[in-house]
Write a protein of this length. Structure first.
Length: 336
């Protein structure tokens, strides 16, 4: 009798916890209030997994239909709310970029862009990320957490002295073509260059490495919530200013904005890009797109966004043993 009473109480307690967690999670990810940034920095499916565990254990205790209903609600919430679930279902038949040249589409050469946080070449015994980058033969490479001499090394390995590159603080941009202009934003470590293509056209390239995300996950500590809130606010200000400089210096020009955003696609700062840019992985991604941490990637913080004149055809996150991030490779077709 006592065991039966305990099972019922435990079961209803877990159902209640699962429902409360669901309400809080839907509110947090739906509204994205700044004060809850510490909660939404983790993917929704992580909290959904906890809620599912509560409801499934409750069913084992109760054998009640309500616990199954709660389990179903969580499953639907994850499928609708998780960036990974939406992309895996919509882009299941999309082709992936292949190593080597990007090739042609509609009789036009594709533009291949690659972004990688290099971790200063210190990852896994100081291995050289340029070895993995070279396999993809990119036209434009965005590098974060890299020294100037390492940027030059990547340029030399890829283009054998025929390419061009620019460095700024811990960022670097490398291209097989000529860089005709550089715009330096002294407030932040983001950089902007104008790349001149052989056909006489120009592409504006912005390499971002936004404010490092807060990593404190001690949610019981009020200081953790404050730290995440401040961190998100700094990234929003930084990205807004960077995009404003781009709009002022290259209005209407085909543009790439990529790099390490230190924020997942669900983060509110992404709304700053949605009016004028498309996320290459959302439009044309294939496979698991998360990039950090390389071994168990749960966050898609490395991204490539393009203006409407550049249509993404293929995009993928590619693992490398030479960084703690995965690199992102995207192929674009220039359109009128």
């Amino acid at each position: 009798m006592k065991s039966s009473r305990f099972r019922r109480r435990a079961g209803w307690f877990l159902v209640g916890c699962s429902l409360l967690l669901h309400v809080f999670t839907v509110y947090a990810f739906g509204r994205q209030p700044e004060l809850l940034a510490a909660y939404t920095v983790m993917p929704i499916w992580l909290w959904g997994g906890i809620g599912l565990c509560f409801s499934m254990i409750a069913f084992w205790f109760l054998r009640a239909p309500l616990s199954l209903w709660v389990t179903g609600v969580w499953a639907i919430t994850i499928l609708i709310g998780a960036d990974e679930a939406r992309i895996l279902t919509t882009n299941i038949n999309k082709s992936r970029p292949e190593p080597g040249q990007a090739g042609l589409a509609d009789g036009k050469p594709l533009l291949r862009v690659l972004t990688l946080n290099c971790n200063y070449f210190n990852y896994d015994g100081g291995n050289d990320p340029a070895i993995d980058i070279q396999r993809w033969d990119p036209d434009i490479v965005l590098l974060q957490e890299v020294q100037p001499f390492q940027v030059k090394h990547v340029a030399d390995r890829l283009y054998h002295g025929h390419g061009d590159y620019r460095t700024f603080l811990s960022n670097g941009i490398v291209t097989r073509w000529r860089i005709s202009r550089e715009v330096r934003n002294q407030l932040y470590r983001d950089q902007q260059v104008t790349v001149a293509k052989p056909d006489g056209t120009f592409i504006e390239v912005v390499n971002v490495h936004l404010q490092t995300a807060a990593t404190d996950l001690r949610l019981w500590d009020p200081g953790c919530w404050q730290e995440h809130s401040v961190s998100r606010n700094i990234r929003a200000t930084e990205l807004w200013h960077t995009l404003q400089v781009l709009a002022d210096t290259a209005p209407g020009r085909p543009s790439i904005v990529g790099g390490d955003f230190n924020a997942p696609p669900s983060d509110p700062i992404q709304s700053l890009l949605k009016g004028d840019f498309e996320d290459a992985f959302v439009q044309a991604g294939s496979g698991w797109g998360n990039t950090y941490q390389r071994r168990i990637p749960i966050l898609r913080i490395d991204q490539i966004h393009a203006s409407r004149q550049l249509r993404p055809l293929r995009c993928a996150a590619v693992t490398t043993r030479r960084s703690d991030h995965r690199m992102v490779v995207a192929d674009f077709l220039t359109v009128p």
